[in-house]
Design a protein around this ligand. Structure first.
Ligand code: ADP
Ligand code: ZN
Ligand code: ZN
Length: 703
């Protein structure tokens, strides 16, 4: 006789439904499985992984249980996911307007879906080498902390909550994280720490530092560059408590860590903490929420904090009680390395068509003569952003997007950076036959070529030729390419490094004494109000790559320099940058934002729609806006008119968006929650018919 199905279980499975539509599925079970248990359940014709979400409820005899399908096997070799973890997932689902199942299942390692209970039990057995953290050789002889590091550490130890550690590049923030983790692990046998970095390519460096300090077994990584078996192994180690330290990118914020006591978000301002597809969560913001929920300390670290975090850490003043975060400052660079001198080149005073000013070329030449390295930074890859015909005005437009295809000289292609459409470069103008079509503007490829030409006749101190290298998304496509190119820079095989923002972040180059940004003006007048904030932090980060080794500078008799070529040398952003004065920049930006009622003084969401025509996309948004009029509290939320996105058409799909804004986060959230069922219903009306997809982006990064 089959077992009696005595219990009803609410289970989260991967469905796109939103909470407001009821996104948990009910199943019948002979046993009252506890919340957090992983189970297999039938869904349509498949069997899928699910998580028991709520307390089981008894099925009374009168209730016909035939309506409910029975659950499949429970993965009971695994401890159930904890309350705190489920709370985090539920909060993220509610806040970012997605389903619990979507977030929960995306947070679990993909291999869990395929393994049987016995296979899993075997994996778990293999991974039970727990124990106390091994004092390593490095841990036994730690560096003596600077006064600023000591003071920051003391506050973190003494207080609870969220800390904003504002430390110049090279001020020793990572050392502070290491000490906090060390103190935590020494004092609490079950404690775990989560340390997040924005980019996968910064994880190996950090992993090496943490493993050197705490031993290999204590540390695991979690990021999307790992194989599925690696991810499962890391995840199991975190979930079982065997791993004391989890390092990872934004996805790691959802790691199951029963002993979580400390969360570090390094480079907290970095835009890559915001997921840009699917559930558009901010891992930084979720980290703060998670810390509060679990009573874990949270350290947000940056040389140029996001204006949100900066504002949230403002000291009390007059009527203003101040922000909720504790602000800690470490302005000095370790080893007395001065921050680089910032030199502005006014490009209006240069001969027309100047790419690199004479003064900058001289300065790079001097570096080459002394055997030092320079870094030239341009945020645009490819050879030229446009190919054009001077006779008829033809331009290399993408047939599928409202954008130009970029000319890549290396393989003689025109490539669309939005939809990927790629063609061989035509021999002559496709429109008039003129054979003389020419690149317009400049990307990293062309800059590399230009520098190679300029320094072709120059020799290095030992008489050999000058070595120019380029690092960008194109040069690093192959597995391992980035590592080997970075290694070449570190070992001194490169004199001038050209690259995109990829080279501006994090890397601890020791022999670079000059950094140049050759064309940063685009961001000064962008329609996106966050563009200046991003530019400022990118330039500060870039500057941070120069002169990191004070002893090397002294031995060379060199000073570190940051060069900026601009047509707007008087812009206040540059005067703040010259003084490395983040505070002045932040004050000016926050004053503007306060006056305009923009974040962090207001809260935003975007409703976006994609359709075959721009009219159809906007019609859906306008109908959605009208539908929202009737919702409770709608008057506290401003809905702006629907507009096309800056790049309006991508891959033949027209894109439009509507900005929604309120001075109250709660009011915005209330409206969004009520709106979801209406938006789903709208899809079935004439206004919704033409829409291919729509989405809500809460706290959007670029608008
Ligand atoms: P940040 O994370 O702020 O950029 P790091 O923690 O990477 O800075 O420190 C920069 C460099 O200074 C590293 O090489 C690090 O090993 C070294 N360092 C950090 N703290 C100290 C210290 N107290 N004494 C000596 N060297 C230190
Ligand atoms: Zn032509
Ligand atoms: Zn395209």
């Amino acid at each position: 006789m089959p077992p009696a199905m005595a219990w009803r279980l609410d289970i989260a499975v991967q469905t796109p439904a939103h909470a407001a539509l009821g996104d948990l599925l009910s199943y019948a079970s002979p046993a009252p499985l506890v919340p957090g248990t992983l189970v297999r359940v039938p869904l349509g014709r498949r069997e899928v992984l699910g998580v028991v979400w709520n307390e089981p409820s008894p099925l009374d005899d009168a209730e016909p249980d035939m309506a409910l399908k029975p659950v499949g096997a429970a993965l009971d070799a695994l401890a159930p996911l904890g309350d705190a973890w489920r709370d985090l997932v539920a909060f993220a689902a509610r806040y970012y307007q997605r389903s619990i199942g979507e977030i929960a299942l995306a947070a679990l390692p993909p291999q869990l879906r395929d393994l049987s209970g016995t296979q899993l039990a075997r994996r778990l057995k293999r991974k039970t080498t727990t124990g106390p953290v091994a004092e390593t050789a490095e841990a036994a002889h730690p560096v003596a902390l600077s006064a600023e590091q000591t003071a920051a550490l003391a506050r973190i130890e003494a207080e609870a909550g969220t800390f904003l550690l504002v430390g110049s590049t090279g001020s020793g923030k990572t050392e502070v994280y290491l000490r906090c983790v060390a103190d935590l692990l020494a004092g609490d046998a079950g404690a775990q720490a989560l340390v997040m970095v924005p980019e996968i390519n910064l994880t190996p460096q950090l992993e090496a530092r943490f493993k050197a300090r705490f031993g290999d077994d204590a540390v695991v990584s979690l990021h999307s560059g790992m194989t599925n078996p690696q991810r499962l192994a890391s995840w199991l180690a975190a979930h079982s408590g065997a791993a004391r330290i989890v390092l990872g990118t934004r996805m790691a914020v959802f790691a199951s860590m029963p002993g979580l006591k400390l969360v570090v978000v390094d480079e907290e301002h970095d835009p890559s903490y915001k997921q840009q597809e699917g559930a558009r969560y901010s891992a930084r913001d979720l980290a703060v929420w998670r810390g509060q929920r679990e009573g874990a300390k949270v350290i947000l670290g940056s040389a140029t904090p996001s204006l949100e975090s900066w504002h949230q850490s403002r000291p009390a003043e007059g009527e203003d009680p101040g922000g909720r975060y504790v602000r800690l400052a470490m302005p000095s660079r370790i080893g007395a390395g001065e921050l680089p001198t910032v030199r502005l080149v006014d490009m209006n005073l240069q001969p027309p068509k100047t790419v690199l000013s004479g003064a900058l070329l001289d300065a790079i030449g001097q570096r080459i003569a002394r055997g030092e390295q320079s870094m030239v930074f341009l945020n645009r890859r490819g050879y030229a952003p446009v190919l054009a015909c001077a006779d008829c005005g033809w331009k290399s437009e993408c047939p599928h997007c409202s954008a130009y295809r970029v000319f890549h000289k290396i393989d003689r292609t025109l490539r669309c950076h939005h939809c990927g459409f790629t063609e061989r470069v035509p021999r002559a103008c496709p429109s008039c036959g003129n054979p003389d079509i020419a690149p317009v503007g400049r990307g990293t490829e062309r800059l590399e070529e230009h520098l190679a030409e300029l320094f072709a006749a120059v020799t290095r101190p030992d008489g050999s030729a000058v070595r120019i290298a380029r690092i960008d998304a194109d040069s690093t496509k192959k597995q391992g390419a980035l590592e080997s190119q970075l290694a070449a820079v570190h070992s001194g095989e490169v004199d001038v490094l050209v690259g995109t923002q990829m080279i501006a972040k994090g890397h601890d180059f020791r022999r670079i004494t000059l950094v140049a940004a050759v064309n940063p003006d685009g961001a000064l007048f962008s329609s996106d109000f966050r563009a200046p904030e991003r530019l400022f932090s990118l330039l500060m980060q870039s500057a941070g790559r120069a002169g990191r080794d004070a002893a090397y500078l002294a031995a060379q008799g060199a000073t570190a320099e940051m060069w900026i070529q601009t047509h707007h040398a008087q812009h206040p952003l540059f005067s703040a940058l010259r003084k490395h004065d983040y505070t002045a920049f932040a004050r000016q930006q926050l004053e503007e934002r306060a006056a305009a009622g923009m974040p962090p003084f207001a809260f935003q969401a975007l409703l976006r729609a994609d359709a075959r025509t721009q009219e159809a996309a906007q019609a859906f948004l306008n109908a959605a806006s009208t539908a929202a009029d009737a919702l409770a509290g709608a008057e506290r939320v401003v809905r702006y008119p629907a507009v096309p996105l800056a790049i309006q058409r991508v891959a033949n799909v027209e894109r439009a968006q509507m900005l929604i804004e309120s001075p109250s986060r709660a009011a915005l959230q209330r409206l969004l929650a009520q709106w979801q069922p209406l938006l789903h219903a709208l899809r079935r009306t004439p206004e919704g018919k033409g829409v291919i997809r729509w989405l809500v982006d809460v706290d959007p990064h670029s608008i």
